[in-house]
Write a protein that binds this ligand. Structure first.
Ligand SMILES: *Cc1c(COP(=O)(O)O)cnc(C)c1O
Length: 367
């Protein structure tokens, strides 16, 4: 018996594309090591899905934001090296040690606490311009003149770029120069250095050092905005059409009547909404186009406000036979990339990925 699909929308995740993307980045920077950033549940795609795929592709080192994510990566890749970016809450030191997680130490107090707890493999984060996390330059310089930290196991010196996706930004060279100074203060006492995120792999002179930390590009996002995306698309998203309705000119669609038909129109109501991460900023109002979905090669605009569970799409220009209840429209795929969706939503692809909801039927393909 063919059971009806209980989900409104279907998210396919291509494991082969994830592995391909990581290998592509890794081969660009060899012999340096390419890690994988899997914070925010592997950019919304699922730690338990993504980490084993990357481990099989040869990835040995992972970065998470939170300790809790570190526990999950430890389960998914028992022999891997795992760094936790967001610091070490007081009292959590033994949790790092028991689970073989490596804190990214970003304050003098964290360095002190890690030493007191007995230390272990860890990274040191120095701020070179983000003004967000990490030791200040003054703190780093002072630390480099002391020797009591040398036994605590700092293996990687790292910093993070502000504008790596803008090859023309002066910030890149300024931060690289600054990072090189910090590197010289510590010299050989910290053996490995890491500065590059995804986009930095594609800078004219990529700051690779010994370890890189790509995230977005692994998941198919374009690390070179406005240029051809060198990565393979990883996800495909489709939603079911629930109803088709015919409306007359002058009739409005959706909450607060933000869009009005100017011609006899056919409207498809599809089964996803902002509850699935399809941001309300993609609503289509009179005079302000929003997002769109694809049907058999035809791009169909969203009309009216996006609701929690529903989006209304103008399918007037599609052949009648192409659109009926039960068929699916494509939200990502068939020429709509995650980066395209981001432009329609007025955000970046990172936010689109990490907003992907829990309600999709998730299918792993390409295994
Ligand atoms: C998120 C993050 C990365 C990965 O950045 P992408 O642009 O996704 O490649 C690397 N390093 C740090 C510190 C991060 O916070």
């Amino acid at each position: 018996m063919n059971l009806p699909n209980p989900h409104g929308a279907m998210l396919a995740i291509d494991a082969a594309a994830i592995a391909h993307n990581w290998r592509l980045l890794s081969s660009r920077i060899a012999p340096a090591e390419c890690a994988a950033v899997v914070k925010a549940n592997a950019y919304g795609l699922g730690i338990e899905t993504v980490v084993p795929v990357l481990a099989r592709a040869g990835c040995c080192t992972f970065f998470t934001a939170h300790l809790e994510e570190g526990f999950r990566v430890r389960k998914a890749a028992p022999t891997s090296i795992i760094y936790v970016l967001n610091g070490m809450p007081p009292g959590s030191e033994p949790l790092y040690q028991i689970n073989r997680l490596r804190p990214v130490l970003g304050t003098i107090s964290e360095v002190g606490r890690w030493k007191k707890a007995g230390g272990g493999p860890s990274a040191l984060h120095v701020d070179t311009g983000m003004n967000r996390l990490g030791l200040s330059l003054g703190e780093a310089k002072t630390l480099s003149t002391l020797n009591e930290w040398e036994s605590i196991g700092i293996e990687v010196l790292m910093s993070h770029l502000v504008s790596s996706e803008e090859p023309g930004s002066d910030m890149n060279m300024a931060q690289i120069t600054c990072f090189n100074r910090v590197k010289d203060w510590f010299g050989d006492r910290i053996k490995r250095r890491s500065l590059a995120n995804s986009s930095a792999h594609f800078l004219p002179e990529p700051p690779i050092y010994e370890l890189t930390r790509p995230g977005y590009a692994i998941y198919g996002g374009n690390p070179t905005p406005d240029q051809h995306n060198p990565m393979k698309p990883v996800i495909r998203l489709e939603a079911q059409i629930l109803q088709i309705r015919h409306i007359e000119p002058g009739e409005s669609v959706g909450y607060n009547a933000q869009w009005t038909a100017k011609r006899p129109s056919r409207i498809a109501t599809i089964s996803l909404g902002y509850g699935d991460g399809w941001l309300r900023s993609m609503s289509g109002a009179d005079g302000k186009p929003g997002g769109a979905a694809m049907m058999n090669g035809k791009l169909c605009p969203f009309v009216g406000r996006i609701s929690m569970d529903l989006i209304t799409v103008d399918v007037t220009d599609c052949p009648i036979a192409d659109v009926s209840a039960g068929q699916r429209m494509t939200l990502i795929g068939d020429g709509i990339s995650v980066d395209d969706v981001a432009v329609m939503a007025g955000t970046n692809g990172y936010e689109i990925l990490t907003s992907l909801g829990e309600r999709y039927q998730r299918r792993i393909v390409g295994v």
